[in-house]
Design a protein around this ligand. Structure first.
Ligand SMILES: [Zn+2]
Length: 323
């Protein structure tokens, strides 16, 4: 059962008496003709030489096979076979299991009209699956770009990860996984998980956990390489026997940043001067010179900027299996 089919089965009793696609109200370009529905312009051309009919609602999209053939090797083959077998209905009509919204989305990408309005990830996923099935390569590429748009990456990167894993999209999987690291690993049981393996899910969790640990390890050793100092807290130079003391504010900063890095390894709040001052003030640091040290560390090119670069440069080690 496809994800969209499951969504339809979850409709309420009152919705169940309506055509399936009406529940989502994503495809207003429909008009009724007797018991059948015909898509509105430009997919209602009575002179069209091909009909795509959605089985769920019997909606007919009257389209140009030549336009479809330009965008899809599947329809190029249909066009070729029609030339060899003129008059056969098989090459003039195609019943499809996809929803009206999915078909309209694909057609709007390949027709010289405005791009479709893709409202949510379900739309993207359904349309992508259909575009692959019917070999609309350009449409598939555009939909992969949609998956990576800030609208989805900023809010639902875990869902994008699962969709990318489902369809074997390596680049999109990696990009989505990086965005997942901006958030705690307490995501809900998304429906998209039904379509990926337990291993694929575990790989994301492992990435999150390992990334947090690796960055915290780097944070804790950072002061050994960089001169984070305070004239009052650590007045003397380090020696082999006696390493330099850490400024009071830095010790508090590391303590407070550690759980945040473990929770959200790509969270950038910890690099802000606001965060550093906040944790220092709330901890009630006693050193009167630490404030100067903080301002030096937080300036452009200072220790905090170097820390940020160092954390970001850590190899991204998502392990992606073939399952
Ligand atoms: Zn100090």
């Amino acid at each position: 059962m496809s994800s969209s089919t499951r969504r339809k089965s979850a409709r309420t009793a009152s919705q169940a008496t309506q055509p399936a696609s009406s529940a989502r109200r994503r495809s207003p370009s429909i008009e009724f003709v007797g018991m059948r529905r015909v898509a509105l312009a430009p997919f209602n051309d009575p002179q069209a030489d091909f009909v795509i009919q959605t089985q769920r609602t019997n909606t007919m999209f009257r389209v140009s096979l030549a336009i479809l053939a330009q965008a899809s090797s599947f329809f190029r083959q249909v066009e070729s076979q029609r030339k060899q077998n003129p008059g056969l209905r098989d090459y003039e009509h195609l019943d499809v299991a996809e929803s009206d919204a999915t078909i309209e989305t694909i057609l709007r990408f390949i027709y010289p009209v405005a791009d479709p309005v893709v409202q949510d990830l379900d739309d993207v996923c359904d349309a992508y699956q259909a575009s692959v099935q019917y070999k609309f390569d350009y449409v598939a590429k555009r939909l992969r770009e949609f998956m990576l748009s800030p609208r989805f990456m900023d809010n639902e990167p875990v869902r994008v990860y699962a969709i990318a894993r489902r369809f074997g999209l390596a680049e999109e999987t990696n990009i989505a996984a990086r965005h997942v690291l901006r958030f705690p690993p307490n995501w809900p049981a998304y429906e998209e998980f039904d379509h990926i393996s337990g291993r694929a899910y575990h790989e994301l969790l492992t990435l999150h956990k390992n990334r947090g640990r690796k960055l915290v390890e780097f944070l804790h050793s950072f002061h050994l390489k960089e001169k984070i100092t305070c004239m009052k807290c650590c007045p003397r130079e380090a020696t082999a026997a006696l390493p330099r003391r850490q400024p009071e504010w830095w010790q508090i900063y590391v303590q407070q940043a550690t759980p945040l890095l473990l929770d959200s390894p790509a969270n950038e709040d910890i690099f802000s001067l606001e965060f550093i001052l906040k944790v220092a003030i709330e901890a009630g640091i006693t050193c009167s010179m630490c404030c100067t040290s903080i301002m030096q560390a937080a300036q452009p090119g200072g220790a905090i900027a170097i820390l940020k670069e160092g954390l970001a440069s850590k190899p991204f080690d998502l392990v992606v299996s073939n399952t």
